[in-house]
Design a protein around this ligand. Structure first.
Ligand code: FPP
Length: 243
């Protein structure tokens, strides 16, 4: 792994908790519980490696439609994760941020989330972003509606919206776009995650189920990322000329 060419921002779709549990005849929630242990290990590994931003897709808006005991169990897990890991996040200099429609979260989760965000605000070693009740399409649609409403209110029918303006009004405002997306469990999909932000993200898929994902696999993904040539629409010659 080349420490000089690290991705600044890694995003992860943590998939396969249910299958991990089913393979062992365990309840799905046990898979999520083991998945949250993996979260802890991967946050730690990213911090040690020197990754600046880590975004984890922990709960999508579509996930609200899962059976209610699974939704409640996941919310409970999240709440306890925030309570238990808060001191470690602070101690390790990990700032917490959240993206998503968080007003849909149960009060207890929202309270712990707000507290953790406030208490880690000064942390500077790494930023951990949790995507909770997140849907990229619904965020973009809501933003378009807001922009149309404000243009109408201003009576400015010829208003032109620039890319950077739109970018600044997303939940991810101020975060660099992800350089690398990892999805576990053999699924090869983006699933409504950071659609705008992933225009030039390198995609990495592994068959490993999320509870089995570990630092070694993370480093393999980073090495694979480092072996790719990122061209951003240019030719190889143009990219080499700028190096
Ligand atoms: C996908 O696996 C995983 C989720 C929907 C939830 C992810 C949550 C965690 C890893 C734990 C809690 C998070 C934190 C940040 C503490 P799946 O259930 O869709 O798996 P399957 O496709 O095998 O059924």
């Amino acid at each position: 792994m080349d420490k000089a060419k690290l991705p600044r921002h890694i995003a992860i779709i943590m998939d396969g908790n249910g299958r991990w549990a089913r393979n062992r005849d365990l309840p799905r929630l046990e898979g999520h519980r083991r998945g949250s242990e993996t979260v802890e290990g991967i946050v730690e590994a990213c911090r040690e490696i020197g990754i600046e931003y880590l975004t984890l897709y922990a709960f999508s808006q579509e996930n609200w439609n899962r059976p209610s005991d699974e939704v409640l169990g996941l919310m409970d897990l999240l709440k306890h994760f925030l309570i238990q890991k808060r001191p470690k996040l602070i101690q390790n200099g990990v700032r917490l941020r959240v993206i998503g429609q968080i007003d849909r979260l149960p009060e207890g989760v929202l309270r712990e989330l707000t507290k953790t965000i406030a208490e880690t605000r000064h942390c500077e070693k790494m930023t951990l972003v949790l995507a909770l009740s997140y849907s990229s399409r619904s965020e973009l649609t809501e933003l378009v509606n807001q922009m149309v409403r404000s243009a109408l209110a201003e009576g400015d029918a010829s208003r032109v919206i620039r890319e950077d303006e739109l970018d600044r009004q997303l939940y991810t405002e101020g975060l660099p776009d992800p350089d690398l997306l990892i999805r576990t469990s053999g699924e090869h999909r983006i699933s409504n995650f950071l659609l705008w932000q992933m225009a030039y993200t390198e995609l990495y898929f592994t068959d490993t189920l999320w509870p089995d994902f570990n630092r070694e696999e993370l480093e393999a993904a980073i090495r694979e990322y480092q072996s790719r040539e990122r061209r951003f629409g240019l030719t190889t010659e143009q990219v080499r000329a700028t190096l």
